[in-house]
Each structure stands twice: as C-alpha cells, then as structure tokens.
Design a protein around this ligand. Sequence first.
Ligand code: PLP
Length: 398
Amino acid sequence: MFEHLATVVPDPILGLMAAFRADPEMRKVDLGVGVYRDGQGNTPVLESVRAAESALIARQTTKSYVGPAGNPGFNQSMEQLVLGAAHPALAAGRVRSVQTPGGCGALRLGAELIRAARPDTVVHVSTPTWANHTPLLAGSGLRLERYPYFDPATGGVQFEAMTAALERLPAGAVVLLHASCHNPTGADLSQSQWRELLALVRRRELMPFIDMAYQGLGEGTDADAFGLRLFCAELPEVLCAVSCSKNFGLYRERTGSLHLISSSTGAADAALSQLVRIARGIWSMPPDHGAAIVQAILADEDLRTRWASEVEAMRRRIEELRLELLQQLRRHCPQRDFGFIARQRGIFSFFGIDTAQVHALRERHHIYMTDDSRMNIAGLRRENLEYFVRAVAEVLSG
Ligand SMILES: Cc1ncc(COP(=O)(O)O)c(C=O)c1O
C-alpha cells in the first residue's frame, strides 16, 4: 500500500526552525515561527489561563465526551467575544457556533460546509495569504483562486486592484478575508475600506469567509473585529473561523470556533445540523481542555479583566516594538523607507528584502526569517533590536 509513496518536501518553516535550533551562535534571532514572544523571548502561559486551568482541574468531575458541537458555554462566550454582546445577528437568532480544534479546524469545517452546499464553489484568497489556507481549504475539494491584496511598493493594501478583481466574481463566489493582523503581511483594511467592501460584497452577492486568528493583537479586541462585526450585521450569510491560539496563548490546546451567520433561524438550524454531521466525520468531538479554559475566563469577571490586560500588554509590546524598530531603521538605514512597519498591525510584517538578502541575514548574522521576508516582529527584543538593524544595514549595503 505505502511503498510507492514519495517523501513530502518539508514545510520551509519547519526547516527554518530546525536550522535555528542547530545554530550555536548566542546572538541568533528567530523571526520565523508565528507565535507571540514576550520581552524574554518566551511564549508564556498567560496568568489568567493558569488560574482558570487550576480551578478547572480541581472541579472537573468527568472526562466524558463534550459532543460534536463542543462546549455550549464556550460557543456562547465566543459569539459574544467575537461579535460583541449586543450584536444584531445574535439578537435575531441568526448565529450558530461549533467548537473546533483551533482556527485550522474552523477553516476546514467551513470549507467542508461550503462544499456540501455547493461543490463547484471557488474560494478566493488574498495574494499573498497564510500558506496553510491552501491545504485547509483546497483539501475539502474546493477550488482556490487569488485576488490582489498586498502592495509591496507601499507595504499596504492594493485596495483598488483588490476591489476591481472582486467586482468580476460571479454571485456565490467565496472571498476569504483576514479580520485583522493579516498573515503574512500585517497590512489590514481600514474601516472605510471595510465599508466599501461591504457594499461590493452585497451588490455582487459574494459570500464572505472571515478568518480571525489575532483578535486583540492589532488595535484592540473590538477594533480588530470591526469588519467582521459589520459584515455579520449587514449581510445575510457570513462564515467566521476564529482561533484562540494567539490571544489566549493556547496554541497546543487546539482551541477555536466556527460561527455561521444565516439568513433565518430555520436556515441556521439546518446549517448547524450539517456542521455537526461533518464534524462527526472528521474529528467527531473537539478537545475539551482549551475551550473549557476560555469559557472559564470569559464567564468570570475577575479572570476576564486579567485576561484583557494580558492581551493588551501583548498588543502594546508589538506596537512599541514596531515604533522602536522603525526609529532604529531610520537611523541606520536612512536610504530606505520602512514607514510601513508602523502602519502594519499584528505580529507579522513583510520586511520587503529579497531572498538573497534574507539568506545573507541568516548566514552572516544568524537572523532567521522566511525566504519571502515575512518576519515575526514579536521575535525581536529591546536587547537585540540594534543588532538586527545593524545587520539589515550591512546586508542592504551589499
Ligand atoms: C491567519 C491564520 N488563520 C488561522 C490560524 C489558525 O491557528 P490555530 O489552528 O493554531 O488556532 C493561524 C495560525 O497561525 C493564522 O495565522
């Protein structure tokens, strides 16, 4: 059966991680892996998570199954966190939610639902998009196409080219959008662009599928959900895939949710029954632990306040690092405009250097980022900012 299988070419990010680990240089800098890091370079367990987790373990009485849609308390808390407690779609009973193994599980489950509804649907993703969107969405059998998004000249969004491309799509086409903190570019839509996009999506009868993996790490928990909330309030149907990996620091616990906004309560119930059927056929039941922690935090005023201040501290650190990095780049590389660093949001930026320069950074200075020059800003620390910037200056000068 398996003798003829060829070895899969390893994911470049895994190769980069292995090369970083094997590098004995003390000053090495990892800007590759997409996890938040604190000022000491760690990805810590949040204090609010630790507190919720110990209380949970002490009072847990069973490890019985949670059911294919997951923990109802978690689903409800997530609806309120994602949409805001007073959202009109919630009041109208148009939202149905399923707990999923991470944001990845939500993306795959959403794609499978689209495939079940209309197998010939094409999903349109931004150029570029997170590399794992391709296997997660196309793995369901849906076709993927791309729309223009990132403008390397400005480090921002090519909004005119994007909307011109979306204008040409047929009704029913799915458009995958990043709610905020676009991965890999850090370039986000402004509120007025979300409004313009809403009018287009409505006029062309497109179906938005919104991926929110960084709520709270861009401009704040509410601001980062602005476009998602607007679309869910104004459109008959929206799918939202949400991850708790980054904002709760729960990466390995595989915690996420899929939220479906339907045109009516009847359509919502039918779609939920399909989601449950599909989930049964893939993972059957989601893992409990991470979702139980999130529910415990969101349901308790004290824990929620502690969590909110921890997310805000992560967000501020990223924002401050961006500003300090820009200042240093202006001092050491004045010939080049890096202003986009301060305009972009979240942990990622496309740094805008070529592959040879990325390799030179790695080989000469032990600084690791992916070949397309995506860098994890949170991988920098105050202590190595200047080292990084001097290395960039050396590489840029030839
Ligand atoms: C854009 C985007 N979507 C979704 C995810 C899903 O994350 P997870 O499955 O780890 O919750 C990630 C994680 O890196 C991401 O960057």
